[in-house]
Structures are given as structure tokens and as C-alpha cells.
Ligand binder design. Structure first.
Ligand code: ATR
Length: 277
């Protein structure tokens, strides 16, 4: 019997999830149907209830419903709790479980696909919104030497750093920073988890952070050479990435969680990659 899954968002037309999960299923010989649901604003619960009633086994959640999904879940993983957002629900058990695989997907892409370990390295995370929060636990699990969280509004960076500190392994130092105070500091890997690139803006990060930097990673997907990546390249960074690998890896985590087998991601990443130019 065909197993039913879906992604819900508003808007939803742009979503690559049906393609990604369709490719995963095809590569593994699984029989699934994965559809897009345009969720009515204020109507998340009814839409997911309807999918469940129709036998739906799982659903991915994109903007603006990640908080609704958080509330819908009977229980949530530590990553979802910390992110305050759920991007994946398992619907076929007695209790609805919520997960957030964005951060784990980001780390998997960075370490495994891009070959840049975070263990023992100096990591700079730009932004303190939902995307940054989601990355926190998976980053800390890698044991970086240093994790610096920089944000425009200082209070949010402080708040996130305080949470991170509670989860940091021995040997990882964590601190918050304003952008100006980053001048003269160097990092091995720099992640842009702000939403600035969605509007073609540049977070006010000094170019000096890229001195000796091995990887500049833009979490946004398919925005080409964003102002952040351009700054990194102009500062001499030779390795840049956008969020295509993160997108595929979070989907692979969801697929594995739902279906017990982790698909390979290389082919999907290659077919979704938009050149950085
Ligand atoms: P998301 O879920 O994408 O993380 P969010 O929770 O609204 O979205 O958070 C957006 C993040 O991008 C915030 O850290 C925000 O900084 P502030 O907290 O100071 O507002 C950051 N951001 C957005 N536009 C930015 C810009 N032009 N420069 C720097 N940071 C920016």
C-alpha cells in the first residue's frame, strides 16, 4: 500500500520536498505518495487532522507553521524544544512526535558532505532567530573549541549564548557578541543564519572574521552569491556553500525517522544545486 506524506506551508509552490522525498523513495524502492498542502493561515490543525484521517504517516512543516506544529505535537525532541519550532511530525504512532532536523542537516552537510569538521574549531554563527536556534544543539554536539553567536540585537544573542552554555560540552567556550566586536577575530567556519540574504542584505560582519576561514556557509538556499558569500570570497575564502545540502540532509533525516532507512543524498543535492554566481 502507498504510504502518504506531505509538506505544509503557505506559500508552498516553491517547496522542493516532494521532489526530494520522491527521489529518496525511488532510490530505495519505497512506495510513497508525497504531496504539497497549501495550509490556510489559522487552519494548520484542521489540515493535519485531515491528513491523519486519510492515513498520512508524516508531514514536513515549513513557514509559517513551525510554531503551530510545535503546539500540535504531543511530545518533542530536545532539538525541537530548543529551537522552539517543529519541522517534521510523525503521525502514525499513538502520540504525535515533533522533530526539528534543520540543525542536524546543517551539521551533516558541513562535516560529511563539505568535509569541514566542527570539532575543535572556532565557529561563528550569525543570527539568533529560529534558524540559529535550530543549529545550536547539533553544533555543540560536535564539540567546537569556540562558538560565538553574533546578532544585531544584543539581547537575543546573549539569550541564545546562555542557552548554549548550558548544553556546551567541556572544552567548548560559548559567547555572544555584537558585530562590531568581531573585528580582528578569526574563525574557521562562519555560518550565516540571519534572514538578511532573503532581502539581499548583508549582516554587518567585519571582513576580518574570514581571515584564514575554511568555509563560509549561507543557510539560505538558491539565492546565488549573496552579499555574505561575496564578502567572504572577497576576503579570500575559497570554500562557500549555500543551504542546498542542509535541505537535502534534513529531508534524509526525516525520511530515515519515518521509514527506518536513510537515503543517500548526493544525487538530490546535485540536481537541486543552483550555481553560486
Ligand atoms: P529565521 O527563522 O529565519 O531565523 P527570525 O527568527 O525572524 O528568522 O530571525 C531572523 C534573524 O536574522 C535575526 O537574528 C535577525 O537579527 P535581529 O534579531 O537583530 O533582528 C537577523 N537579521 C535579519 N536581517 C538582518 C540584517 N539585515 N542584518 C543582520 N541581521 C539580520
Amino acid at each position: 500500500m502507498t504510504d502518504k506524506y506531505a509538506v505544509i506551508g503557505n506559500p508552498i509552490d516553491f517547496s522542493k520536498s516532494p521532489f526530494i522525498h520522491g527521489e529518496f523513495a525511488r532510490s530505495l524502492g519505497h512506495d510513497i505518495a508525497y504531496t504539497k498542502i497549501l495550509g490556510p493561515i489559522g487552519g494548520f490543525k484542521e489540515a493535519v487532522d485531515a491528513l491523519r484521517a486519510a492515513g498520512g504517516r508524516g508531514i514536513n512543516i515549513t513557514a509559517p507553521f513551525k510554531l503551530d506544529a510545535f503546539a500540535y505535537a504531543d511530545e518533542r525532541s530536545p532539538s525541537a524544544e530548543l529551537a522552539g519550532a517543529v519541522n517534521c511530525l510523525k503521525l502514525d504512532g499513538p502520540r504525535i512526535v515533533g522533530e526539528n532536523f534543520d540543525g542536524v542537516g546543517l551539521v551533516r552537510d558541513t562535516v560529511h558532505n563539505l568535509g569541514q569538521p566542527l570539532a575543535g574549531r572556532r565557529v561563528l554563527l550569525l543570527g539568533a532567530g529560529g534558524a540559529a536556534r535550530g543549529a545550536l544543539l547539533p553544533f555543540l554536539a560536535e564539540g567546537p573549541a569556540e562558538l560565538v553567536i553574533a546578532n544585531r540585537s544584543d539581547g537575543k544573542a546573549q539569550e541564545l549564548a546562555a542557552i548554549a552554555l548550558r548544553h556546551a560540552p567541556a572544552g567548548t567556550s560559548v559567547r555572544a557578541s555584537g558585530y562590531g566586536a568581531l573585528e580582528g577575530q578569526r574563525f574557521d567556519v562562519v555560518f550565516n543564519a540571519t534572514s538578511a540574504s532573503l532581502r539581499g542584505e548583508l549582516p554587518p560582519v567585519p571582513a576580518s572574521v574570514f581571515s584564514g576561514c575554511a568555509l563560509a556557509y549561507e543557510l539560505a538556499y538558491a539565492k546565488g552569491m549573496t552579499p555574505f558569500l561575496r564578502l567572504a570570497v572577497n576576503a579570500g575564502v575559497t570554500r562557500c556553500a549555500d543551504g542546498v545540502g542542509m535541505l537535502a540532509e534534513q529531508a534524509a533525516e526525516a525520511f530515515a525517522w519515518w521509514r527506518g532507512v536513510r537515503p543517500r543524498t548526493e544525487a538530490v543535492i546535485e540536481s537541486l544545486r543552483v550555481p553560486l554566481e
